[in-house]
Design a protein. Structure first.
Lengths: 99, 225
């Protein structure tokens, strides 16, 4: 399969993720759409690693997965904190970050 | 044959992504993302990235998604009282147009690229490419510093999540009858030789449960922990 095709799939998933971040209001779904965008970047990285026959891209993809896991961890912690404080679970309502 | 697998996995990944965005209930969004991640793992396998594919299935589709499912279940994302209607028509149209424009731009960048290697299947790689040995070798030699920084980042994120999601304000009045671990603590000389030879009689008699209830709870900090 040509490397082009993988990059087109990656671009498609990235665009869907970006549109999802803009349309959804629930912070959980916004986090899921961010995951989509990071995964699209991962496909591109791994496709390029295959293209140049070089393992560095795969290491980069693993590090991206680690960063995505950290982001999910903090994001879900924020959602739980919002829920505990009886704040609306809605990204349009949450405009201030002070304690 | 690789083409067939590519199209199956690619269509699955794109459909999963569309499902994440379109489905109303966040719980089903998470399930769509699991499907998407499994399809992506198949794509990674087609690109000779066996270790990354396995990590994707185990860590991402397994552990991270379980975390999501727990939080969605805890917050109750399907509760219609907490979720307002989705954004207005105008913002939806603008977002879809933005996504389309982004895709067209990326497609132009891919197809108009001068890289000749893009239109090939890639070079023939050795069978150890992307294997755990290869990845481990790279991670512990060339990329040792990023590896260590990533591990520190995970530690910081774990501590940060605990701090963010902790209970503030201590135990409420409605939870006063909750059983604490320290209620089950045995008196200090249980299980020692002093008990066996009857040394217990010199001390006050054992009263099971005497330390329970409110008395053990008073030494806790005011603001919770």
């Amino acid at each position: 399969m040509n490397i082009d095709w993988y990059l087109v799939v990656s671009a498609l998933i990235f665009s869907i993720g970006a549109a999802g971040v803009l349309t959804r209001r629930n912070p959980l779904v916004v986090l899921l759409c961010l995951e989509l965008m990071l995964n699209a970047a991962n496909i591109a990285l791994i496709a390029f690693a295959r293209m140049w026959n070089n393992g560095d891209g795969q290491i980069f993809a693993i590090i991206v997965m680690v960063v995505a896991a950290c982001e999910v961890c903090i994001g879900l912690g924020l959602v739980v904190a919002l829920y505990r404080r009886r704040l609306p679970i809605d990204v349009d309502e949450i405009r201030e970050l002070h304690g | 044959m690789a083409e067939v697998f590519f199209f199956i996995a690619g269509i699955g990944a794109v459909c999963g992504a569309v499902g994440v965005v379109m489905v109303r209930n966040p719980f089903y969004s998470v399930l769509a993302l699991v499907f998407h991640l499994l399809s992506l793992a198949a794509l990674f396998l087609l690109l000779q990235a066996q270790f990354v594919a396995a990590a994707q299935v185990v860590v991402y589709a397994g552990a991270v998604m379980v975390l999501y499912v727990f939080v969605v279940a805890y917050v109750g994302g399907s509760n219609p009282a907490q979720l307002r209607a989705p954004v207005g028509r105008g913002q939806q149209v603008i977002a879809v147009l933005f996504g389309l424009a982004l895709f067209v731009e990326l497609a132009i960048a891919i197809l108009g690229s001068g890289l000749k290697a893009l239109s090939t299947d890639g070079p023939t790689v050795s069978s150890t490419f992307g294997s755990p040995e290869n990845i481990g070798q790279l991670l512990l030699t060339t990329f040792l510093l990023p590896f260590e920084i990533a591990s520190f980042l995970l530690l910081i994120a774990a501590v940060g999540a605990v701090v963010l999601a902790r209970r503030r304000g201590g135990i409420g009045a409605d939870e006063a009858d909750r059983v604490a671990v320290m209620d089950f603590r045995l008196p200090p000389d249980i299980g020692t030789m002093a008990e066996a030879v009857g040394g217990r009689s010199t001390r006050e008699p054992l009263e099971l449960g005497s330390g329970g209830g409110e008395s053990t709870r008073t030494d806790r900090p005011e603001g919770g922990w």
